[in-house]
Design a binder for this molecule. Structure first.
Ligand code: B12
Length: 306
């Protein structure tokens, strides 16, 4: 591996990130899967997923000369969700906002890299860019895509957020794509409380509790009358039942730790009874995407679980 990528990988592992590389090619198969997904309306109200189709298909067009990428994974498994009983909050929501944390770690790494490679052109991506992050991770050999469509790192599991950097440097090596280890297992599909994994590797967001509790502009009860599943913020079921996650212990990157969220529980959530208290307590956390109104609505929906 030429020095640039070796140096970048060393900086990533010193920062507690897993890292792999690939060259930016046209995402033919992924793009046709994506088009099929959009055509079926599986993106629900996420109109933004219909945009920038050219960039989704050709990530080498993000900037002049873009030709390779680093994909990184940051661990987020934690058991702070055990502090709740009346409500269920997913693991990712009980840590600092990974978009902010991972971007700042990648900027630090890039600052060190640029001191050695001053002419480097780059662009960071964490979740929000029109890029198939899981497929880039698969192609770079970081892991395989499970039937729950999550990226699973062999022997480590899927409790990892993804992000990366685009570069204008040639990556000439062929990456070793990880073997798919799902086999005949369908635990995720069978356990999904809303039947959202409509086929292996295919999520219908209209039914996904992660989408319904966070992104859906409307009351969940109109879609899923029973709140017996108790979910108010995200959903971890398809990952929690995954055999590739059984061994993964409390393993989250220290920069993701948030004292307030680590202490959050049913009564603390119920005490948030105004937008100003919500803002004071949960600003800069994943709850901000939800907002005070949707949080109240989701808690009401679960309380009257019928
Ligand atoms: C839109 C989105 C959602 C939507 C839709 C989910 C979805 N499957 O797309 C909703 C709101 C439901 C969602 C939920 C969650 N999300 Co989300 N989400 C995204 C986002 C922004 C885009 C994903 C996308 O392009 N979807 C379009 C469809 C077509 O792509 P796809 O389902 O991934 O299918 C691809 C492959 O599976 C493949 N494919 C399709 N069919 C087949 C068949 C075979 C055989 C194979 C091998 C492949 C394959 O082709 C498709 C195109 O690449 C990504 C960030 C990013 N930019 O990639 C984060 C991302 C995927 N989400 C993430 C997370 C953590 C979650 C949640 C766990 C959060 C939570 N706890 O509630 C849940 C998990 C739900 C799930 N099982 O996917 C992480 C996943 C990390 C990982 N280890 O996989 C990402 C990467 C964000 C990040 N930067 O960390 N998410």
């Amino acid at each position: 591996m030429n020095n640039f990528f070796q140096d970048f990988e060393n900086l990533c592992s010193n920062s507690g990130l897993y890292c792999a590389f690939g060259s930016l090619k046209t995402m033919t198969e992924d793009f046709s899967n994506y088009q099929e997904w959009i055509k079926k309306g599986f993106h629900a109200q996420m109109q933004w997923m219909e945009k920038n189709q050219n960039l989704r298909q050709n990530p080498n067009q993000f900037f002049e000369g873009a030709r390779s990428y680093a994909i990184v994974a940051i661990p987020y498994n934690n058991d702070f969700y055990k502090n709740f009983s009346a409500y269920k909050v997913s693991r990712y929501a009980l840590l600092n906002d990974y978009h902010l944390v991972l971007k700042s770690i990648l900027r630090e790494i890039l600052a060190k890299t640029i001191s050695q490679y001053p002419t480097l052109k780059w662009d960071i991506f964490v979740d929000t860019k029109p890029i198939f992050e899981r497929s880039l991770a698969l192609k770079a050999g970081l892991g395989f895509i499970g039937k729950n469509s999550c990226l699973i790192i062999p022997q480590k599991g899927s409790w990892y957020f993804l992000g990366g950097v685009l570069f204008d440097i040639e990556f000439s090596e062929e990456s070793q794509v990880a073997k798919n280890e799902c086999g005949t297992c369908t635990k995720c599909m069978d356990a999904c409380p809303a039947g959202a994994i409509v086929a292996p590797y295919v999520i219908d967001a209209n039914k996904c509790l992660s989408y319904l509790t966070i992104e859906h502009k409307g009351n969940i009860k109109d879609i899923l009358p029973s709140g017996k599943h108790k979910k108010i913020m995200g959903c971890d079921v398809c990952q929690a039942v995954c055999p590739h996650n059984v061994t993964s212990k409390n393993n989250f990157h220290p920069a993701l730790f948030n004292e307030t969220l680590a202490q959050l529980n049913d009564s603390a959530l119920e005490a948030i009874d105004s937008p100003s208290i919500f803002k004071k307590l949960l600003k800069g956390t994943p709850f901000e995407r939800l907002g005070f109104g949707k949080l109240q609505e989701n808690m009401e929906y679960v309380k009257n679980k019928s």
